[in-house]
Design a protein around this ligand. Sequence first.
Ligand code: ACO
Length: 326
Amino acid sequence: MIRARITGTGSYVPEKVLTNFDLEKIIDTSDEWIRTRTGIRERHVAADHENTSDLATNAAKRALEMAGVNADEIDQIIVGTITGDYPWPATACVVQANLGAVNASAFDVSAACSGFLFALSCAVDRIEAGHSKKALVIGAEILTRIMNWEDRNTCMLFGDAAGAVVIEAREGENGILSTHLYTDGTQLELLYQPGFGTKLLPSAELLESKAHTLHMQGNEVFKVAVRSMAEVAKIALKENSMSVEDIDLFIPHQANIRILHATAKRIGLKDDQVFINVDRYGNTSGATIPLAMDEANRAGLIKEGDILLLDAFGGGFTWAAALLRW
Ligand code: ACO
């Protein structure tokens, strides 16, 4: 059967690093508090001249290079992002132009931290249906531009990055085995950006109230995230008649270390099955999974035939998993 197989991975993080010690100078916090509560030591911050599409384009170029695929061979580009260059058009359109991917359709997916897996699922479906041969799926974010830098509960958690994969239609047993997407829109105000869409139009008053920044009820999000990520992971395993021992590498959305440990424990994973890099990048929302996958891949941690479980949770709420044989 035709499967969607990952043939190249790439990632890009901006040069500037913001450590917890740097944050101590901006907000009332400490390196020790942030490390013990979140596992984060530092995060990367985009330069003023960099846009989300620039991060996405750089990551995509690296993935294309690894796959040995030219930009004009790509027939679909899907970017998972909640911090696109513009409200519209899609950041994927900018990436398409930057790459010269003249034969690709391009659109964005807005599913917050689950954005990459939602985007991946769309691309896989088109490949399996025979409508696409080579796709670029990207997660890219500049979250530091929607932070309230006076809110110590949120601003220390997030960072900027992009990750990308090339997926190609291939015969055989290796590739993406299944994807699983879920949504519960009834609690969206626990994690969201109130403005500026059609509901709240920009005004001096709303800017003053920081309506354009990320708002989060951290404690509530924590509980739902762990429960949902564990549930969807189990569903992915069950659907493929696999057990937790079959997983060679679990690559979860890198929200914070306590969410990762609690989720891994609920699924029954051992520490050496779990890939963690949240300490160096913080939560980069839609970018965490492709960034982590690229790091693991380039470090030689993934071998042909390995079973990978990708798992995410984000604003919406949205949550998702993908199970794949490398
Ligand atoms: N430095 C020092 N103190 C802080 C900081 C900080 N950066 N942030 C909060 N505090 C204080 C609070 O003000 C509070 O003080 P108070 O008791 O005087 O009011 C105290 O620390 C405890 O606050 P809590 O919110 O109870 O702290 P908690 O242990 O829950 O940790 C955290 C907060 C890290 C946000 C936690 O709730 C969490 O990890 N939530 C998950 C949220 C998350 O990761 N969201 C990412 C998006 S969703 C996703 O990606 C899955």
